[in-house]
Design a protein around this ligand. Sequence first.
Ligand SMILES: [Zn+2]
Length: 289
Amino acid sequence: MLVTLKEILQIAEEKKIAVGSFNTPNLESLRAILGAAEELDLPVIIMFAQCHEPWIPLSLIGPIMVEQAKKAKVPVCVHLDHGETLEYLEQALEIGFTGIMYDGSTLPYAENAANTKKAVEMAKKYGASVEAELGSMGRRESGAGDKSGEEDETKIYTDPELARQFAAETGIDALACSFGTTHGIYLKAPKLDFDVIKNVRRETDGLPVVMHGGSGVSAADFHACIHAGVRKINYFTYMDKSGGTAAAQYIAGLKEGEPIFWSSIIREAEKALQENVAGAMRTFALLDE
Ligand SMILES: [Zn+2]
């Protein structure tokens, strides 16, 4: 059933878990994620990131996401990930998305706050909820940016006092915080600052904290983040990689001269995606603790 971001985060708050939030830039990932959520009977957030537009347009996959969320046996929020313009956010709301993230993290504070406030006002008209970002995770959602493996100079941890001001000024429902994680394939084991999460929660009266860039984070560290107050975890890169690896293994396992069928490749990839997502969901719901 289709629910809002606010509603799904309330479920997470009651259970003291984090809801897994996964990007679905193709039908295989969409089916794998909803399949895993139903198999484990857990709420789930499916997302479309603006930077995935070159892979598939929001106008094509968006309505399918909403339709499938309505049919699901578990609570599903359909969320726009890293929306960079208000026009794009509105496009998602028109399609029926129940959550949107406005990402103004690269802008000066005042501009980020002003635009986020506009996004909150706009979402309200559609009955949707809003996530925003304060601080910077360095590399962008697309994984672009620093590739050296050195400490990313552009990474700025979220300031808890500024978070309080930001939440009060904008009226957001969730805040993406920077506390040591990185988007994309990880280059060295991340060192997380759990105090940032705890302090943001304390300063904002328990606003749900969103964790982006779980790459390279251990199950124990995910658990510690959730105990500190993370309620939504964005997870994509390693899920996507599992599908690619399964496809490559399938092709490598074919006999010499055997035809390679596209439909068989994606079937194998989808099975791997579902297994990978189910593993992440178990961790985020503390089922493996
Ligand atoms: Zn992100």
